[in-house]
Write a protein that binds this ligand. Structure first.
Ligand code: NAD
Ligand code: IPM
Ligand code: MN
Length: 357
């Protein structure tokens, strides 16, 4: 088996704490699961930026592109860098630089206990959000004018290309058809943003014709937020733009038991050769940092997604099952109703898993 190289970047705040545990999980899969993995530990993030000004050097970007199959990232964001320059350089450097146009964020719940909706069970919430990841307001087109004066202007352009819109919509339909899902819902604001989102709506209707077996539904994103709470059983696959996808997946995380339970993959469609980026949906949660209280399960679920992407699909359900058992036994962190610290919750799941590999 060829060795797959994984770059590991803890980042800021709770990032290094949860990624340390996720690395132990990867080591377990390597040592007992028979997956041939090699690690490249990266010293990037706020500490490094404050030390020597480094954010995401071209040489490292090239090395990851040429040598690695995946990057596991914790989180970036530190109050000592209020402008978040390093975070944008690194995170967008990878998402845009490697053209990882699909940010895939499952909204699934691993224990009935975590469902916050009255009368609902975990099985009622099973959605995968395809967030466009290379366009929208995130491209950084715009500027400020007359800054600091009463007449100042701030502009961020919303960039939507036919190619970009079409490929994420197609990725959502492709994933649905390969995974036996019958419904794809596209969420936009074409009632207000009539140029950019008319493009989304028209493209969606055209691509949907190629998938007659899949029900294609359009909703405005504000209504999507309402429906996800009122009746999440309406949705299988949701596709939307970069900004709306960011917001809707934090809403989704609330349905999953919080940000400590939400995983994501940043991929170039179904291309598994190009380096891809895997990260929990949560941020660096500065108030939790250094206290051994952050939930490591979002990072574990992210490792599960990475394993499937790298061709080792049998591990993702095993990781999920072990986390479900930990949750049901309350062997988890406080945010999900347990009393364990980050390290102990991680060890419990890894020990369960080790007995099954
Ligand atoms: P956050 O995700 O860090 O925290 C939001 C809430 O969720 C907090 O109440 C926090 O305590 C809780 N939470 C998050 N992760 C948790 C975990 N693993 N276990 C338990 N509770 C958890 O969002 P924020 O506070 O808005 O952002 C903090 C910083 O992180 C900012 O600088 C932001 O830009 C950055 N951020 C980075 C990423 C990333 O690198 N991908 C993602 C989101 C936010
Ligand atoms: C996320 C984060 C990032 C985003 C921030 C840190 C720029 O919120 O990955 O969800 O908006 O994409
Ligand atoms: Mn976010």
């Amino acid at each position: 088996m060829t060795t797959q190289k994984i770059a590991i970047l803890g980042g800021d705040g709770i990032g290094p704490e949860v990624i340390r545990e996720a690395r132990l999980l990867l080591e377990l899969l390597r040592d007992k699961g028979g997956v041939s993995l090699e690690f490249l530990d990266l010293d990037l993030g706020a500490d490094r930026y404050l030390r020597d000004g480094t954010t995401f050097p071209q040489a490292i970007a090239d090395q990851l592109r040429n040598e690695c199959r995946a990057v596991l990232l914790g989180a970036l964001g530190d109050p000592r860098v209020p402008g978040l320059e390093h975070a944008r350089d690194i995170l967008f450097g990878m998402r845009f630089g490697y053209d990882l146009f699909a940010n895939v964020r499952p909204v699934r719940v691993l224990s009935d206990r975590l469902v916050p909706l009255k009368g609902r069970l975990a099985k009622d919430i099973d959605i995968v959000v395809f967030r466009e990841n290379t366009e929208g307001v995130y491209v950084g087109f715009g500027g400020q004018f007359k800054k600091g004066t009463p007449d100042e202007i701030g502009i961020n352009e919303d960039v939507n290309t036919r190619k970009g819109v079409e490929r994420i919509i197609r990725a959502a339909f492709e994933w649905a058809s390969k995974n036996g899902k019958k419904r794809v819902c596209m969420a936009d604001k074409s009632n207000a943003m009539r140029f950019a989102h008319e493009l989304w709506l028209r493209t969606f209707q055209e691509v949907a014709k190629e998938y007659p077996a899949i029900e294609a539904r359009h909703v405005y994103v504000d209504a999507l937020c309402l429906f996800m709470i009122q009746d999440p059983t309406q949705f299988d696959v949701v596709v939307t733009n970069n900004l709306f996808g960011d917001i809707v997946t934090d809403l989704g995380a609330a349905l999953q038991g919080g940000l400590g339970m939400a995983a994501s993959a940043n991929v170039h469609g179904s291309d598994t050769q190009r380096v891809a980026l895997f990260e929990p949906v949560h941020g660096s949660a500065p108030p939790l940092a250094g206290k051994d209280i952050a939930n490591p399960f979002a990072s574990f679920l992210t490792v599960g997604m990475m394993m499937t992407h790298l061709g080792h699909a049998k591990f993702e359900p095993l990781i999920e099952a072990a986390i479900t058992e930990a949750l049901d036994a309350h062997k988890c962190t406080r945010d999900v109703g347990g009393e364990l610290g980050t390290k102990a919750a991680s060890a419990f799941v890894r020990e369960l898993l080790a007995s099954r590999l």
